[in-house]
Design a protein around this ligand. Structure first.
Ligand code: 13P
Length: 249
């Protein structure tokens, strides 16, 4: 079901004490919007974060997951392991995973399948690089990133998919897509899904924008009709900023 979501991707930040401090700071700030709130701390802090948010209107996501059920994959984490500590949402396909860890869409399609087979929700990230936009290839790139990793799914699977459009040039750079650029791409994404599946599925899917969302620009970006929320990096590490973004709806 389409809903407003603000998710914080903490990336490789926060140790155990910092995770607990950040969550206790989040608790102190009233949530005044109807947005669903998700935080994605690093693996080592997922369990303590899950315990710390009990009773709060916050859920926990992992930042990545291996596609196999178990086995000789040193350093990796499976869906079962995440579920055993209560984590039912996973971010897949983040541009940093693609760029630094070589994750390609055939692998991402496998990871998506594993997550869905385990009744998890996937936040699937994608977005063009600056050179793609400069060559006016951003729509084509985004179309491929979505279709290669997700268009093998049947219609029913889409209820567990959240999309996160994160133009690489806007991540951690302080440069955001303008609200109109975000809207233009989100509308394109919805049309791409409508063409492949149905208008109903396209209308129901939640599409987040990510890339330098801050308290001072969130409201304008979220006011766009096809933008259903944000995937927040840097600003999710400060409780006040993150909650200001949550309350920007
Ligand atoms: P920033 O908000 O720091 O630009 O990061 C966005 C992001 O990559 C969220 O996944």
């Amino acid at each position: 079901m389409r809903k407003n979501i603000v998710a914080g991707n903490w990336k490789m930040n926060t140790d155990l004490a910092e995770t607990q401090d950040l969550i206790s700071d989040l608790k102190k700030i009233a949530k005044t919007s109807d947005a669903e709130v998700i935080i994605a701390p690093p693996y080592t802090n997922l369990y303590s974060a899950f315990e710390a948010v009990k009773g709060l209107d916050i859920s926990i996501a992992a930042q990545n997951m291996h596609q196999s059920a178990s086995g000789a994959f040193t350093g990796e984490i499976s869906a079962d392991m995440l579920k055993s500590i209560g984590v039912k949402t996973v971010i897949l396909g983040h541009s940093e995973r693609r760029a630094y860890f070589g994750e390609k869409e055939d692998l991402l399609a496998e990871k998506v399948n594993t997550a869905l087979d385990n009744d998890m929700t996937v936040i699937y990230c994608f977005g063009e690089e600056l050179k793609d936009r400069n060559f006016s290839e951003h729509f084509e790139v985004v179309n491929k990133q979505i279709s290669n990793a997700l268009f093998h799914l049947d219609s029913a699977a889409w209820k567990d998919i959240v999309l996160a459009y994160e133009p690489v040039w806007a991540i951690g750079t302080g440069e955001t897509a303008s609200p109109d650029q975000a809207q233009e791409m989100h509308a394109f994404i919805r049309k791409t899904i409508a063409d492949e599946y149905s208008q109903e599925i396209a209308d129901e899917v939640t599409i987040l924008y990510g890339g330098s969302v801050k308290p001072n620009n969130a409201q304008e970006i979220f006011s766009k009709p096809d933008v259903d929320g944000g995937l927040i990096g840097g600003a999710s590490l400060k409780a006040e900023d993150f909650m200001a973004i949550v309350n920007a709806f």
